[in-house]
Design a protein around this ligand. Sequence first.
Ligand code: C5P
Length: 310
Amino acid sequence: MTTHPHGAVAVTAPAKINLSLGVGSCRSDGFHTLATVYQAIGLYDRVTVRADDAVSVTVRGDSRIPVDGIPLDDSNIAVRAARLLAEHAGVESGVAIEIDKGIPVAGGMAGGSADGAATLLGCDHLWGLGTPREELLELAAELGSDVPFALVGGTAIGSGRGETVTPLMTLGEYWWVVLESENGLSTPAVYREFDRLADDTVDLPVIPDALMMALRGHDVAVLGASLVNDLQAAALRLRPELAHALEQGLLESAYGAIVSGSGPSCLFLCEGRSHAVQVATGLRSAGLGPVSFAPGPVHGARVVAADGQG
Ligand code: C5P
């Protein structure tokens, strides 16, 4: 298959947060069993794919999001995604991938996974494949534990190592203030610290009933009180200063404060947009930053532009 129905395809994919992240013991394949509730929030990476002879990637950040740490070789997740889909579908052409980052790098918000998901979807359109959803989700799971959720979006339960995603129907919108860190944290390093802190008898992870009830009733106060992240203690051991940031967010009237995934981004749950502006302003006045805010849940990866034969 070598047809190119589009010259270029642009896809956006959202950041993910974990409203609860229950982590069990380490499996024999090196991954941990998870029971998590994902939510996609309104910070996006934009990935543009164009027909080309070889597979290549470029990444643009800005002063808020330095991108020096992102590899541009075959280990880049977007490159892996393009090659995986090409191999799966028997496509022999290459693709030039351009990534515009809006999601913090190595921030615990699955920015790399968003790029992997967006590239799968973008190349599927670029190459006119129409790959069935189930197959795209399986390819996404091969790329990383959080990649299937980046395709699905919304609010969803994650199980297995996080790659098995079950969408949840929820009411209404939530607003999140996101406190980013200048330096990212390595996910494997945080899991290693989790293993060091855990005793030998880690229970099977569960999702708190209170959290599910809060989502069913759109109860912001109860949701704020039931946010939980089993990786938080490990992230705080590696970044003790985050504890102060979490406390400050609660002082600024957030309903809940939690480290995002493996960190170091911190999340503060707010009542609505104007409350988020107030909490964000308070954190900035306390000398913390960079700070942004976003609603959730939002849709998963989707095509936003496709031009004609290029
Ligand atoms: O799946 P992904 O490539 O995003 O995982 C990155 C790393 O995070 C893994 O190599 C592993 O060290 C850790 N991880 C884990 N258990 C999970 C997900 C990730 O230990 N469920």
